[in-house]
Design a binder for this molecule. Structure first.
Ligand code: NAP
Length: 326
């Protein structure tokens, strides 16, 4: 029997990778898209004739209930969120409504429509914030440092709570940073690789960044969506850290990206203190040994290869743009 999956946030980076992965696994793939005056399906354009898109919104309970009744999925992947940390200080209430309460809305809809649905929640390493230990694992206490991280901590605990209260098959993936050529351009990795391509091709002369000293554990989005799927194929629902176990600074990321095109980063980077976070998360590094042991999951793309992949893709795209193509 063909399995049906519903992805919220299908127009985002992870949604695009997960949709392609599930299609390859033989799934019928459905996606939630919210109404917008312009199309935001650029990342899934190549898949649109093979997937089913439905209008709904994490802010709207009855639209979610209706969606589950229409689609009748066996698996729901909740990837939708207001996902950009700096925006969460500018729009803390919207962030809470979407990124925190949105999770309860889906869980409630699952409980009412079909409690047998398996549920994946996209949680974040930002929940560890001011880290209590290193590396961070599933038992490390949270100390969230932004409205985004606080909202994600709520989403994590409500997922655990619905599993414990109602016996739902609900899993939380505590995901460390993961990137790709499809990453949003406001996130630091992609901001840098896009700027490197523009500078190399003469379309820009500098990039403005916040602090270069923070350290993150960066993996490849294509690897991370496989971990999401594996979590929903287990006998029992559980929570897993998904990470690479390697940390690097933004400074290293910048140097690598410029070196990829034969440029020296120091000449092109301008530090802008206005881009510093009100409360910073200085370093994050994940211990994914539980995911390795239970799910058999391993990352396949290392940091250098990831940055090279992103710079190369941005070079190709900017070249096309400058040549007047799309
Ligand atoms: P992304 O590219 O920013 O995608 C976010 C998605 O959420 C988009 O499809 C967006 O739709 C959708 N969305 C936002 N508000 C919505 C609403 N009210 N109703 C329905 N959909 C809504 O994020 P991503 O990088 O793919 O990340 C996927 C998930 O993993 C997010 O929950 C993120 O917080 C979490 N996460 C990501 C990372 C990472 O490093 N990438 C790490 C840890 C956790 P539009 O296209 O209409 O804007």
């Amino acid at each position: 029997m063909t399995k049906r999956a519903l992805i919220t946030g299908i127009t985002g980076q992870d949604g695009a990778y997960l949709a392609a992965f599930l299609l390859e696994m033989g799934y019928e793939v459905h996606g939630m898209v919210r109404r917008s005056s312009t199309e935001s399906s650029e990342r899934i354009e190549h898949l649109t004739d093979r997937i089913h898109l439905h209008q709904s919104d994490l802010l709207d309970q009855s639209s979610i209930v209706g969606l589950l009744k229409d689609v009748r999925p066996q698996e729901v992947y909740n990837l939708a969120a207001q996902s950009f940390v700096p925006t969460s200080w500018l729009q803390p209430l919207l962030t809470s409504e979407v990124t925190a309460l949105g999770v309860t809305r889906i869980l409630e809809a699952i409980r009412l429509v079909d409690p047998a649905i398996r549920f994946f929640q996209a949680s974040s390493s930002e929940m560890f914030g001011r880290v209590r230990e290193e590396p961070q694992n599933e038992n490390t206490p949270f100390w969230p440092r932004s409205p985004y991280a606080v909202a994600k901590a709520y989403g994590h605990f409500i997922t655990v709570n619905y599993r414990e209260s109602y016996g739902l098959f609900a899993c939380s993936g505590i995901m460390f940073n993961h990137e790709s050529p499809l990453r949003g351009k406001e996130f630091v990795s992609r901001k840098v690789t896009d700027a490197v391509a523009r500078i190399k091709l003469g379309a820009a002369d500098r990039v403005r960044l916040g602090t270069l000293d923070v350290e993150r554990d960066w993996g490849f989005a294509g690897d991370f969506v496989r971990a999401m799927w594996l979590m929903l194929q287990q006998k029992e629902p559980d929570d897993f850290v998904v990470a690479t176990g390697q940390k690097h600074s933004v400074r290293e990321l910048v140097a690598l990206a410029f070196a990829r095109v034969g440029l020296e980063s120091a000449r092109y980077v301008e530090i802008d203190k206005a881009l510093y976070r009100p409360a910073e998360v200085n370093r994050l590094c994940g211990d994914f040994s539980k995911a390795r042991r239970v799910l058999g999951w391993e990352p396949t793309v290392g940091f250098e290869d990831l940055i090279a992949m992103m710079v190369d893709a941005d070079l190709e795209r900017v070249k096309r743009e400058l040549a007047g193509g799309c």
